[in-house]
Design a protein around this ligand. Structure first.
Ligand code: NAI
Length: 377
């Protein structure tokens, strides 16, 4: 099996998500890290890239130089990861798709619904992969939940409850911290704070596990820390295309919750619960029975849950390996092999439509609004 060539934009020294991509892309020997424009500062980016083993001529000072350098390169990258701040995702992803590269873009894929639709059209026209890093969907036990729902093990689904609520921006006297402030500043973050940052992960999980898409929603947004413009807490009621009742709570002021991503699915004959802080287990309650714990690595799991488990039963398998699972299926797609589920540009677009619908609803006292992107109505 020949290795594929991989490059990254953003994810420089000290970034939050860069290490998970580097570990994830290289975990299974599918990709060689050969090119990068890793930092907003050209010199820092070049020297950091070289410290990671990238050749000097492919350690680029910015993404435009990388585009030009890789476009004609005889051994050009097979995949580009975009791990820069949100407002840059659209123009970088568009430019690389137009040049015929496959792209893995961080969430949120774009800042507007219109941009999202443009990326979907472009990826389809170019015949290139445009994936979005909804990496929580690639945990083995999340795949187990999806498979159990699809197999009817819960009966008809009635309700899904998703939370992504943490307490890391709860400190009022931290509101002026530059690493916190931009997230609530419309000029930098766009129309939404926490909903666009974390709420979309939880909503994507709900759709992914159910195999069903968001149709409409009603939102209540709050900015609980004085001086914040965008929301730091949101409650969203929603309905899916198949009519399932949905509840989402997302917050940054929920002291006592750490990562705070968890999801529960309730069917006619069973319920399931998964939490990112105990990702190896799901709790399964059959109607009339007791709660069972289903453990990653045990016998009898559905195929995708078994396929995406790497370490033996009861040993932790965490975030970088969930990201690695995204890269496993990206490599298979690029090689033209059978691949598992991969969050795509359509998912990135649906998230943006949900964010705009929630903002619209919250401004109109929770009015129910259509949450589908115009191109999917
Ligand atoms: P960060 O601020 O920690 O790091 C951003 C990096 O990008 C820095 O190294 C910076 O120098 C570099 N950069 C900025 N502009 C650039 C440009 N024009 N060209 C090249 N490099 C540039 O940000 P963080 O937290 O790593 O987030 C990056 C993206 O990843 C965001 O879109 C965020 O929403 C997403 N993210 C996704 C997560 C997930 O679970 N999928 C988790 C955390 C972040």
């Amino acid at each position: 099996m020949t290795r594929l060539n991989w490059g990254m934009i953003g994810g420089g020294d000290g970034s939050q998500i860069g290490p998970a991509h580097r570990m994830g892309a290289q975990a299974d020997g599918n990709f060689s890290f050969v090119a990068g424009a890793l930092d907003a500062d050209a010199d820092r980016g070049k020297s950091y890239a070289q410290s990671l083993g990238i050749a000097p001529d492919r350690a680029y000072g910015n993404w435009r130089d990388m585009l030009e350098g890789e476009r004609e390169h005889p051994d050009r990258v097979d995949l580009v990861t975009v791990a820069t701040p949100n407002s840059t995702h659209f123009e970088i992803t568009r430019a690389f798709l137009e040049a015929g590269f496959n792209v893995l873009c961080e969430k949120p894929m774009t800042m507007t619904v219109e941009e999202g639709e443009e990326i979907v059209r472009l990826a389809r026209e170019a015949g290139r992969i445009c994936a979005v890093n909804y990496c929580y969907s690639a945990y083995p036990m999340v795949r187990q939940m999806k498979a159990m729902v699809a197999a009817g093990e819960l009966g008809a689904i009635r309700c899904v409850v998703a939370n992504f609520s943490h307490g890391h921006h709860a400190a009022g006297d931290d509101a002026d911290n530059p690493r916190v402030r931009w997230r609530y500043d419309p000029a930098q973050a766009g129309v939404s704070g926490q909903m666009a940052d974390c709420g979309i992960h939880a909503l994507h999980m709900a759709s992914f596990i159910l195999g069903d898409e968001l149709r409409s929603l009603s939102a209540d947004f709050a900015s609980t820390v004085p001086g914040r413009v965008l929301e730091d807490d949101a409650m969203v009621n929603f309905r899916t295309e198949k009519g399932t009742v949905g509840r989402l709570w997302t917050s940054t002021i929920a002291l006592g919750r750490q990562h705070g991503l968890d999801i529960q699915v309730f069917g006619e004959t069973g319920g399931l619960r998964w939490a990112s802080e105990q990702p190896n287990q799901i709790h399964y309650h059959r109607l009339g029975g007791r709660v069972e714990i289903i453990e990653k690595g045990e016998a009898g799991l559905h195929g995708d849950a078994a396929r995406l488990s790497r370490v033996p039963i009861a040993h932790p398998e965490g975030f970088p390996l969930a990201v690695a699972n995204i890269y496993v299926d990206l490599a298979a797609r690029i090689r033209g092999e059978v691949a598992g589920a991969l969050p795509g540009a359509e998912d990135g677009l649906r998230s943006m439509a949900a964010v705009y619908a929630a903002v619209d609803s919250a401004r109109r006292d929770g009015a129910w609004v259509d949450a589908r992107p115009p191109m999917f109505r």
